[in-house]
Design a protein around this ligand. Structure first.
Ligand code: TMP
Length: 203
């Protein structure tokens, strides 16, 4: 039987990485066969592309940025995601194509059409079975980041992160059947419980 594909989305600092770890531990205890990956990255080539994308000393044009994210994604789909789904594994992915719609298409103003065109090639049309969107305000994200050194994207202005959140909220309205909206401002254990409740419906 084909596996399941779960992606996580949200603005930088929304708590995705912690929640993915909690979900992984929970599902492993239930005996599921899990593969956790991240974007950009998740493959040898993709991790190199990630270094280029997140290096705060690089100037990268919006189109180049879109293509680099898509190239990391194309490698991940071919090398890891499709084979894992064929083996029946549950793939948990820290960001997927929705990040490109929101960050490049909306916040960088490239437009949804260009992002869609490029990413249909990169993903071969693959979409997650369910996407967990963790919502927090950009103010809360900044507070959580504290004094930790920011990467190239995290260094963007408050306005940019506000636009990213706005982009997610618009995107979710358009694809409501695939997305699960989670209020990430709550205690992390409550957030975890809500995520489990949502994911179990799809397994
Ligand atoms: P991460 O910090 O969640 O690992 O993600 C890396 C950064 O890359 C984050 O700021 C979001 C951004 N990003 C995009 O702009 N477009 C994309 O397609 C992806 C996957 C991430």
């Amino acid at each position: 039987m084909r596996g399941k594909f779960i992606s996580f989305e949200g603005i930088d600092g929304c708590g995705k990485t912690t929640q993915i770890k909690f979900l992984e531990e929970y599902l492993l205890k239930q005996g599921y066969n899990i593969l956790v990956l991240r974007e950009p990255g998740g493959t040898k080539v993709g991790e190199k592309v990630r270094d280029i994308l997140l290096d705060k000393n690089n100037f990268i044009s919006p189109v180049t940025e879109m293509l680099l994210y898509a190239s990391s994604r194309a490698q991940l789909v071919e090398e890891k995601i499709l084979p894992a789904l064929e083996k029946g594994q549950i793939v948990i992915l820290d960001r997927f194509v929705d990040s490109s719609y929101v960050y490049q298409g909306y916040a960088r103003d490239l437009g949804m059409e260009k992002v869609k065109l490029v990413n249909e090639i990169a993903t071969k049309g693959l979409l997650p079975d369910v996407t967990i969107y963790i919502d927090i305000t950009p103010e809360e994200a900044m507070k959580r980041r504290g004094k930790r050194e920011a990467d190239r994207l995290e260094k963007e202005s408050y306005e940019f992160h506000k636009k990213v959140r706005e982009g997610y909220l618009k995107l979710i309205k358009g694809y409501s059947e695939r997305f699960v909206f989670i209020n990430g401002m709550k205690d992390s254990i409550k957030v975890h419980q809500e995520i489990i409740d949502a994911v179990e419906k799809y397994l």
